[in-house]
Design a protein around this ligand. Sequence first.
Ligand code: PMP
Length: 430
Amino acid sequence: MTRSEALFEQAKQTIPGGVNSPVRAFNGVGGSPLFIEKADGAYIYDADGKKYIDYVGSWGPMILGHNNPQIRQAVLEAVENGLSFGAPTELEVTMAEKVIEMVPSIEQVRMVSSGTEATMSAIRLARGFTNRDKILKFEGCYHGHADCLLVKAGSGALTLGQPSSPGIPEDFAKHTLTAVYNDLDSVRAIFAEHPEAISCIILEPVAGNMNCIPPVEGFLEGLRTICDEFGALMIIDEVMTGFRVSKSGAQGHYNVKPDLTTLGKVIGGGMPVGAFGGRKDVMQFIAPTGPVYQAGTLSGNPIAMTAGLAQMDALCQPGLYEELNAKTKRIAEGFKAAADKHGIPLSINQVGGMFGFFFTEDTNPITSFDQVTQCNMDHFRHFYHLMLDEGVYLAPSAYEAGFLSMAHGEEELELTLVAADKAFAALKAL
Ligand code: PMP
């Protein structure tokens, strides 16, 4: 038994399923999860001392790679001043100004401590502002685990086959309407049924919780038009895509302007952070200026703000996003070339620092939730473990996007593609 396996057995005695977040349990791929001891650059190190090239990056935030020296140094200095004050700090003002500078649609912003809090609060604000109860989301999109958002959700909920969670009263769930991602007709049909009841549309601008699905041309613009027509707010959830797809998020990349934006892990540089922001007139509706209540003891925590600011400053280096895009493209296209070489049907998607690969014979671009659910999951599970054996750590579910970092250098990219070549060959031989 490895030390990871022993720790997993021990963990299951005291932690439900042995993990503090479900996708970590390897339910999507089978087997026992790796327990991680440390991480540095492009690598994570498990409890058995084995190192892996990491394509999870703490589920997105590690754009500069693990344990980045600038962020580490900034955090070590900030710790000297105390861990939390529960009172305003200059750091929070600097953070707000930085977010507003980078994402032009955001005029005011409020910090929270997770992506879940960000989306939950943005939705409460949209409901309060519009005085409407219903929300519209897309099947397969994940926006955290607030009650109203665990309806036909993606990510771990989907991996575990429980996209709509028990524990959410029907009376709550009935206000969440779900449409088909990349299908404007499905959105229009729902608005036609409830023309004056929908407070907002919330969406992932590149869906990253049902693998990696970019928006088809006209989808984001079409949603903007529908929102304007029916008086609903458009909430773009950039918890995953913010500062990963481009310096100004997916909204900058695709040139669409939401009313509200939610941000998460990336602006914490690895610390627990989230944020929601947008139009000033809407944000003024939040307490203490407005009537919609929202709060947090640790919101804007000084250590988290310091880590996030150090990361965001580093992300503003010229040429960074071009390089991140090129590296990610190389991995996605390299996987496809290796699969082709060994006669394994594979499709790929890639936007900025995010990528996805699909074991499918479908030769059309993969743009829908239905196409993702029809992929060959056995192939994925085998490939996953073959890559792990080769020292490459991918997201342990076919419903998650892959992430690269700036610390993935030539050597790591090459090693990954050599591993993929071997893994596809072994998959073919099974
Ligand atoms: N929105 C999106 C798009 C996400 O990907 C996630 C988490 N992966 C969340 C919200 C929830 O964030 P958190 O896990 O920090 O609550």
